[in-house]
Design a binder for this molecule. Structure first.
Ligand SMILES: Cc1ncc(COP(=O)(O)O)c(C=O)c1O
Length: 339
């Protein structure tokens, strides 16, 4: 099976399983799982931030960050296709009772100018109080697009000037870092809160980490408990995350090379309409009307290749650490054979 549906489909390697089996564990809700603590300390140090919190998923980490930094009725500014809004089941409304101000933007990226224009006047009682700006890097629905760090800094300046909190959904931040010159510490200096996922391109079976200041993480720990996210011997999972951070960061550019390879192949196919410019490991493209997505996916499936339809004529391929060069050769043959 060649699975391009998502970078979440990866299976732990033997090395990762060994790390999990030999992990020292305790009861993390009681605060004594040494491996969870080691992961939290490691991620906090990577970002140069005060503290971190191990979470069950990226969604949980994002939703905790929003809850911890807003009051019911406040407003969150984000892109209209951002994961926190589009793919988290209405969580901003359900968990935080917050309003959203949805911005447009090139491949899912918002700008400082647009943020500034959408901050509500705090003295006008008709308008919700703008409290938080949330950006996503890389941007999933934007086709894995990468932000220009200068623009992120400008957004940060707008936030500071207006007393807003600034959150980064960094589920795939390491993919962005593989393509740019910034470091995790540069990001740690800029944002109030950052969520990272270790269960995507980095290959852990489960796990996200929320990073930020001490007080923010203290409040977040309480919210995580309320959301049912207090896990006991979670060190077995944290061990996989530590292993992933130690072993799978450097190789992300390999996934990007394969995604670029797919882009080149797709651009040569007569039944492909458009391909969103590929920057990282996500490949979004649309099919011409003569190739319905359902037929396309079935032809792939007949060859044990799996991809995802995002809309009637839109397909997503995601490269990840379980995709080999031999698989790339096979998919090229199958895609070219369909025309
Ligand atoms: C950008 C982004 N943020 C957050 C998430 C949520 O992660 P999880 O599936 O672990 O809840 C995803 C998942 O695909 C994502 O792509």
């Amino acid at each position: 099976m060649i699975d391009f549906r998502s970078d979440t489909v990866t299976r732990p390697t033997q090395g990762m399983l060994d790390a999990m089996f030999t992990a020292q564990v305790g009861d993390d809700v009681l605060g004594d799982d040494p491996t969870v603590k080691a992961l939290e300390d490691k991620v906090a140090a990577m970002f140069g931030m005060e503290a971190a919190l191990f979470c069950a998923s990226g969604t949980m980490a994002n939703q905790i960050a929003i809850k911890a930094q807003t009051q019911p009725g406040d407003e969150v500014i984000c892109h209209k296709l951002s994961h926190v809004y589009y793919y988290e089941g209405g969580g901003i409304a359900m968990n935080s009772g917050a309003s959203v101000c949805l911005l447009e933007g090139d491949q899912g990226r918002i700008t400082a100018a647009d943020v500034a224009m959408h901050i509500n006047p705090p003295n006008d009682p008709h308008r919700p109080l703008t409290r938080l700006v949330s950006v996503e890097n890389t941007m999933n629905k934007g086709g894995g697009s990468v932000y220009d760090f200068g623009e992120l800094q400008h957004i940060g300046e707008v936030c500071k000037k207006n007393g807003l909190k600034y959150h980064l959904d960094g589920a795939r931040l390491f993919n962005a870092l593989a393509e740019t010159n910034e470091t995790t510490k540069d990001y740690g200096k800029l944002f109030d809160s950052i969520s990272i996922c270790i269960s995507k391109g980095l290959g852990a079976p489960v796990g996200s980490v929320l990073v930020g200041g001490k007080d923010f993480i203290f409040r977040s720990r309480r919210i995580r408990k309320v959301y049912g996210g207090g896990m006991r011997q979670a060190g077995y999972l944290a061990a996989a995350c530590i292993y992933a951070l130690d072993n799978n960061l450097e190789r992300l550019s390999e996934d990007h090379r394969k995604a670029k390879q797919l882009e080149t192949i797709l651009l040569s196919l007569p039944y492909v309409h458009t391909v969103v410019p590929v920057q990282t490991n996500l490949v979004f493209f649309s099919l011409k009307p003569e190739m319905p997505a359902s037929d396309f996916l079935k032809k792939l499936r007949d060859n044990d290749i799996f991809a995802m339809a995002l809309a009637p004529q839109e397909i997503r391929f995601v490269t990840h650490l379980d995709i080999t060069d031999e698989m790339m050769e096979k998919v090229e043959t199958v895609l070219k054979g369909m025309s």
